[in-house]
Design a protein. Structure first.
Ligand code: NAD
Length: 338
């Protein structure tokens, strides 16, 4: 099986590539499901290497003869057409992914997330690609006060990021309905883990605290997110790639909901510092209050269960950032993140 992974030099895409090439034995153990043996004969990564793409994320699999890296833009039809040819499966991660950046400027989000997805879908259609796995987010549903979203819930995105992802989701499903393409969709909650670009809340807070600095807490800190280790997200995607039903959406979540204030408390504790390091800041514009996914469909149909509980995951993640300053220090300096 020849797999094309878009955005495979980013946070989640690179975890997927490392998992594909190292196999389930390379994965952290736990009580939940393990990744199926997809045993690819070739893995091509197509990645533009934007500010969040980083070849260092693939360093541990760099010498694997099955891996080919192509630096390029998913919005480039000629390149995409050439690369898609000869692949059996596309797993599509490439996206502009940071909500705050989408508030400051939505254009790259619409271009990459919508136009880029359509460019890939067209190429997959032309070449008769076996399966198109579209990786998306719970943010497309907006915000929910109580209960949890099921897969048929109406989309009501609130940020330019989530609106562009919703657009790409609907396009992907339309290629299934219109052309009969084998498209499957995943929507996941907030991810954390190693190799996450240090502008997202967990690596930003951890690296600021490790540097002796402060952390900015939005509004009243009461916004609720469900946290999932990136490895568990990738196990869910692999299950959907292997045996998800065409035209279906599958939720992937962790079942661990925390307010931002609770998350901050855990990170302060893991770093051995106190609340004097927290600086309240004005709330994010249009900040969704709560996300919550019902994951019974993927659990019942595909046997999915997360394996890494939040306590263990956060402890290991903080340790990873402690041990890998050489990875994140240059990224923070270059991006001017603080
Ligand atoms: P990321 O920003 O770390 O990685 C995105 C990758 O895409 C980078 O390597 C970047 O270089 C590449 N890229 C961006 N624009 C491109 C283009 N035009 N052409 C080719 N490559 C391009 O993001 P991430 O957190 O790894 O997210 C990956 C996917 O998972 C996204 O589709 C995102 O919407 C989705 N997702 C993320 C989360 C989360 O918590 N991070 C949760 C659910 C879903």
């Amino acid at each position: 099986m020849r797999i094309l992974v878009t955005g495979g030099a980013g946070f989640i895409g690179s975890e997927y590539v490392r998992m594909l090439l190292s196999g389930p034995s390379g994965a952290p153990g736990g009580a939940g499901s393990t990744a199926p043996q997809l045993a690819p004969s070739a893995v091509t990564v197509l990645d533009k290497l934007t500010y969040s793409g980083n070849l260092e994320n693939l360093a541990v699999v760099r010498d694997d003869p099955r891996l080919r890296f192509v630096q390029g833009d998913i919005c480039d039809p000629a390149l995409v057409d050439e690369i898609v040819a000869g692949h059996d499966v596309i797993v599509h991660f490439a996206a502009e992914s940071h909500v705050d950046r989408s508030i400051n400027g939505a254009a790259p989000f619409v271009t990459t997330n919508v136009l880029g997805t359509q460019t890939l879908l067209d190429a997959a259609l032309r070449h008769g690609t076996g399966r198109f796995v579209h990786v998306s987010t719970d943010e497309v549903y907006g915000s929910i006060e109580e209960g949890s979203w099921t897969e048929g819930w109406p989309l009501s995105p609130n940020s330019p990021y989530s609106a562009s992802k919703a657009g790409s989701d609907l396009l992907a499903l339309s290629y299934h309905r219109t052309h009969g393409m084998d498209v499957v969709l995943t929507r996941c909650s907030n991810n954390y883990g190693p190799y996450q670009f240090p502008e997202k809340v967990i690596p930003l807070f951890v690296t600021n605290l490790l540097d002796g600095g402060t952390v900015p807490l939005y509004g009243d800190g009461g916004n609720i997110r469900d946290w999932l280790h990136v490895h568990d997200h990738c196990v869910g995607i692999a299950l959907v790639q292997e045996k998800g039903r065409a035209g279906e959406v599958y939720h992937i979540g962790g079942g661990t909901e925390l307010t931002n204030k609770e998350l901050t408390g855990r990170l302060l504790e893991a770093c051995g510092v106190g609340w004097d390091r927290v600086v309240p800041v004005a709330d994010r514009k249009g900040h969704d209050r709560r996300y919550s996914l019902d994951i019974s469909k993927i659990s019942e149909e595909l046997g999915y269960a997360p394996s890494i509980d939040l306590e263990r995951g956060l402890t290991e993640t903080v340790q990873w950032y402690r041990d890998n300053r050489a990875w994140w220090e240059p990224l923070k300096a270059r991006a001017g993140v603080a």
